[in-house]
Design a protein around this ligand. Structure first.
Ligand code: SF4
Length: 206
């Protein structure tokens, strides 16, 4: 199964966002409220790719609006990047979760689900053609940089890739939320902001 057959013939970002609502490329649409494709201008110089929408994103239909989104906003601000100038999307467009009582607990998408969803992301990259592409978290990194890519080894490096002139991989901002204490959270916040700042600097230098 794949999302390929659901991609509009002459894709534009608004058409993609609309068409994704009808995607049946894998099973994830069944439990989710809606597909969450992206936010940001087509001419964005920087594209950020996360894993998939979370609980809040699924309800609101916008990427990175929950707790991880707040961390992302904070990191972007610290890096001197205006979120309105950035194209923000996810590797998987429907929320995968497990119900525990009234709570919906995030579940990591399987490789087959990430692969099935890839045509959406691939089309987005072709439409936006960002100068810098940054993957947030291991799922997005593996989706775009290959399953052998090790985030722990290459985090924050400027990578050689055909995806965009500048490519980097860093943590998903939800990793900050999950840190055990305030000190560890602060350290991850600083590291993420520094990595985004380095990307912004590389974009400005072009
Ligand atoms: S997760 Fe992706 S491939 Fe699966 S149904 Fe949703 S949009 Fe289609």
């Amino acid at each position: 199964m794949s999302a390929a057959e659901y991609i509009p013939e002459r894709p534009t970002l608004p058409r993609l966002r609309e068409a994704a609502q009808g995607c049946r490329g894998c099973e994830l649409w069944k439990g989710a409220t809606q597909a969450v494709v992206s936010e940001g201008p087509r001419k964005a110089r920087i594209m950020l790719v996360g894993e998939m929408p979370g609980d809040r994103e699924d309800r609101e239909g916008r990427p990175f609006v929950g707790p991880a989104g707040r961390e992302l906003d904070r990191a972007l601000e610290a890096a001197g990047i205006d979120r309105g100038d950035v194209y923000v999307t996810n590797a998987v467009k429907h929320f995968k979760f497990e119900e525990r009582g009234k709570r919906r607990i995030h579940q990591t998408p399987r490789k087959g689900e990430v692969d099935a969803c890839f045509p959406w992301l691939d089309t987005e990259i072709k439409l936006v053609r960002p100068e810098a592409l940054v993957t947030l978290g291991a799922t997005a990194a593996k989706a775009l940089l290959g399953s052998s890519f090790r985030l722990t080894r290459h985090r924050g490096e400027l990578l050689d890739s055909e995806l965009a002139p500048i490519v980097a991989a860093t943590i998903h901002p939800s990793a900050i939320v999950r840190q055990r204490d305030a000190e560890a959270r602060e350290a991850e916040r600083d590291a993420l902001a520094a990595e985004l700042r380095a990307v912004a600097k590389a974009v400005k230098a072009r």
